[in-house]
Write a protein that binds this ligand. Structure first.
Ligand code: AMP
Ligand code: ZN
Length: 396
């Protein structure tokens, strides 16, 4: 617990549908912030500061918090949330956060913020989910791919990623090729407090990042091509990285996580149709998992300046739906997967065309494997005897 707490009354009241979005962005406002909370009615913001924060820091932080509120909230229109499925009433046996038991049993161990090793039970559970997703991919005759963990900054720039999601990027660097530089690093570098004591000048410029998503790699591989087929389907599982700052707690929000995607390329109506078929087939699969959840319209976590416009656009064109699993211990829900349609965004920005010369439309179905396991364990606990028969049998 820190000593320093700022209580801020937002200059513009935060509507309750925006409190979560604003709260998650406040973590990025200033390095002196430990955590931020927005009251559920949006009338107050509480900021917990590091004990080292001085009075000047406080004035700056208050001003920045008000800026963020103004940028995200001013003129925002409440999106009409569309609920496509609601199985939140599905009876489940557990109401306990499984995190402590997972840690106690060595089923989960924390290597660093947002970085976890998963033990045999959770791994086998995820393998079972994966088996079901690969079967779904087979239904679409999706071809398998293996994508790299690094992702090219050049291509991310072509799809405006830096503008939309700068806060969650994770960069890759290496020591500059300079014998003295490398020698100095080797002799003097150690872990110090919360990071390495190395001089930032010893590192190279950023050429690559670690990848925030799976399907981007396929679009990058097809950049500047005219396709021979009207439609294509692929599937891949990959490690993804999103820096979530002080929002990194338990398995709910990870820096390093795994995503399985099924990816569709074609004309708009084809992609939308496949996305819908995928959703309907998933209803049966989620019933087998016994998961309590709903599917509702959503938006991506765009950064402050881009948020209002981009979120409204996604909502107006129904570009994103999320599978939100219930977390009975908190009464909240957690996105464990999403159904996405990008229109011709990647086709236009990456110059990928169909045989008729029109830009490709793309869409994907994406599952967060750790989150799905965490939500399942929140609903069913760690005692396998309590689990749905299909899951128990499927894991053998
Ligand atoms: P998205 O592409 O943002 O819809 O992400 C697809 C899925 O990945 C989400 O529904 C989550 O299940 C999972 N996911 C996204 N961000 C994280 C994170 N920081 N930690 C764990 N899982 C995540
Ligand atoms: Zn995708």
């Amino acid at each position: 617990m820190t000593d320093l707490v700022l209580e801020i009354t937002p200059g513009i009241p935060i509507p309750s549908f925006m409190t979560g979005e604003v709260q998650s962005k406040l973590a990025y406002v200033d390095e002196q912030i430990v955590s931020a909370k927005v009251a559920p009615d949006g009338s107050q913001i509480i900021i917990y500061l590091k004990p080292t924060a001085v009075e000047d820091d406080q004035a700056r932080i208050i001003a920045r918090v008000q800026d963020v509120v103004a940028l995200m909230v001013k003129g925002v229109i409440q999106p009409k949330v569309q609920i496509l499925e609601d199985y939140q009433d599905r009876p489940v046996p557990s109401k306990v956060d499984p995190m402590q038991e997972l840690l106690d049993k060595g089923e989960v161990s924390m290597e660093g913020r947002g970085i976890y090793t998963l033990g045999p039970l959770v791994t086998r559970l995820i393998d079972y989910f994966e088996k079901c997703f690969v079967e779904l991919a087979d239904f679409f005759s999706a071809v398998p791919y293996r994508f790299p963990t690094l992702i090219s900054a050049k291509y991310l720039d072509r799809v405006n990623y830096f503008r939309a999601f700068p806060h969650s990027l994770s960069f890759v660097t290496h020591l500059r090729e300079d014998l003295d530089n490398i020698d100095h690093f080797a002799q003097s570098t150690h872990w110090e407090g919360d990071g390495l004591n190395a001089n930032p000048d010893s590192f190279s410029r950023i050429e690559n990042l670690i990848s925030p998503a799976v399907c981007y790699h396929w679009y990058f591989a097809l950049a500047d091509q005219k396709l021979k087929s009207d439609h294509l389907v692929a599937t891949a599982v990959g490690t993804c990285f999103r820096y979530e700052s002080s929002n990194l707690t338990t398995l709910e929000r990870l820096w390093n996580f795994t995503m399985r995607e099924i990816i569709f390329i074609g004309h708009g109506d084809y992609v939308l149709e496949q996305r819908e078929i995928g959703r309907q087939r998933m209803t049966k699969i989620l019933e087998e998992f016994g998961l309590a959840y709903r599917v509702e319209s959503a938006n991506d976590p765009f950064f402050v300046g881009e948020f209002r416009k981009q979120a409204a656009f996604q909502s107006a064109f129904q570009l994103k739906y999320e599978i939100r699993a219930s977390l009975p211990f908190s009464g909240k829900t957690l996105a464990v997967g999403s159904y996405n349609y990008h229109q011709d965004f990647f086709g236009r920005n990456l110059n990928i065309n169909l045989p008729d010369g029109s830009p490709i439309h793309t869409g994907c179905i994406a599952f967060g494997l750790e989150r799905l396991a965490y939500a399942f364990l929140s609903q069913y606990g760690l005692d396998i005897k309590q689990w749905p028969a299909a899951v128990r049998e499927g894991m053998q």
